[in-house]
Write a protein that binds this ligand. Structure first.
Ligand code: G3P
Length: 216
């Protein structure tokens, strides 16, 4: 199965640059806060208008009743909104309720395989293990992705593992090798995925050779 590739941003210019080959976008409150848009709903609509797949938007409420209402409200903005919920008791409860009514969910801030197990049990569409933040504190982010994939495979869960907090190319390659269903990365890392000095050098040589060709 194809790996879905998402851009982790709330910047319209970045989405525009990569829109032809990304499957969707993931945002979070920190990314939203840095965006130039004042009106969040307008920003969500604009992003949804640029990509054909899911756009993850995170709830801000702590209380689960309010979280549920917020999730429903976000989902009503556009059919491609995927409601991002924290891996907390409240988030899991709301995940179950939203899943039952067919609303896409992304369980975020996942730092353990038991959180991922419960997310799947509650019918989450995606679960987002935060690789880089685990590495930051001396844990093994990719190891968590592997463990979750093994559990989902063994138990037959359909929730997709979405590698998040991706900080380098190795995180991308290892997630793909493990068969993660999706990955989200910032523009800087997506760019590194296609840049290669030998490609640039080869192009330069081809151009020079073509320009110096014998024309008689
Ligand atoms: O989607 C979650 C991701 O944005 C978190 O990344 O680099 O802030 O840990 P980071």
């Amino acid at each position: 199965m194809d790996m879905e590739i998402f851009l982790d941003t709330a910047e319209i210019e970045e989405i525009d640059l990569f829109r032809d080959f990304i499957d969707g976008v993931t945002t979070n409150p920190s990314l939203m806060a840095r965006s130039k848009f004042d009106n969040c709903d307008e920003l969500i609509k604009a992003i949804c208008g640029m990509v054909s797949g899911p756009v993850s938007v995170e709830v801000l409420s702590d209380d689960s009743d309010m979280m549920l209402e917020e999730g429903k409200r976000l989902s009503a903005i556009h059919g491609n909104v995927c409601v991002k919920l924290p891996c907390t008791l409240g988030g899991l409860r709301v995940c179950r309720q939203l899943s039952k009514i067919g609303i896409m969910t992304n369980l975020t801030l996942c730092f353990s395989s038991t959180q991922a197990l419960l997310a799947a049990q509650c019918g989450a569409t995606y679960v987002s293990p935060f690789i880089g933040r685990l590495d930051d504190v001396g844990h093994d982010g990719i190891g968590l992705v592997k463990e979750i994939l093994e559990i989902y495979d063994a138990c037959g869960y359909r929730t997709k593992v979405l590698s998040a907090s991706v900080r380098n190319i190795s995180h991308v390659i290892q997630s793909a090798r493990l068969g993660a269903g999706a990955i989200t990365m910032p523009a800087k890392i997506l760019q590194q995925c296609f840049l290669h000095p030998l490609t640039d050098a080869g192009l330069e040589t081809f151009r020079k050779d073509w320009n110096n060709r014998r024309t008689n």
